[in-house]
Design a binder for this molecule. Sequence first.
Ligand code: ATR
Length: 297
Amino acid sequence: MRIDSKTTVVGVIGYPVAHSLSPQMHNAAIQSLGINWCYLPFQVAPEDLAKAIQGMRGLGIRGLNVTVPHKQAVVRLLDWVSPEASAVRAVNTISNEGGRLEGYNTDVEGILAALRLGVGLEKLPEKVVVLGAGGAARGIVYALTTVTDVRNIVILNRTVQKAERLAAEMENMAKGKTRIKGRKLETETARVELREAGLLINATPVGMYPNVNCSPIEVSSVFHPRLTLVDTIYNPKETKLMRLARSQGAKCFNGLDMLVYQGAKSLEIWTQRRAPVKVMKEAVMELAPQPSALGQF
Ligand code: ATR
């Protein structure tokens, strides 16, 4: 990679950010595109977020990915927010268009790409269970209600009020097309709700490295062979949740495709060029060789 006085800077802000695979993924893509760009990690504590965004303006940083815990807080600091990001109330991509900061949510594209590749959008079941009611879950429920024909979504969350609030808000947006219910995340509720469900999506960070011995659902008997599990976690390659579900014959995917496709979409917003998805996928596979919906190229 050549860095000179004309290099365009993009990057990622998060707290922590050291675990992020985005720098390797994007720099591989940048190299493949042959452009004079550089993608850097910036660790930004929550109390420094506004200063970081001001810094982006001041330094003319071309684009930033935004990761945990800033996706929701960053929205009010931008000049314009896309309809998707506005509905999800979370931004994971900022594009600096000549000083005007635009916010996008490419996580929505990421989950749709993962479902397209892993299951097929036309083959999605009538009923889907989503674990979690935070930023990631919001994007997933939004994607399911606006783009797919899923009819019935159940959101299970540790804090039941958050699940109920998200369910009511998204059901309202779906205008009667999708039934959405919020319930408390506990084994017996999961058992009842999963019985008729064909797809389970984990949108909690439970089980993510280093807490690899944790799982949002701790018993395997709630899973069945008609179930597909998409875990948004990609480190470790197989979460405890995936292991439990797989032991009962469920088909499992990790969050690698989501990571790659949200990143690809971000890069396309910034560069206006087609992202080299294959190169990006290979770059993250090299760091964390994992089975995913895409399989091997
Ligand atoms: P993200 O943007 O990654 O979704 P978030 O907005 O902080 O992050 O949301 C995290 C989600 O994971 C929430 O639904 C959270 O549950 P609460 O609403 O009860 O906080 C869920 N979560 C986090 N840690 C959890 C744990 N140990 N057990 C169960 N759920 C957990």
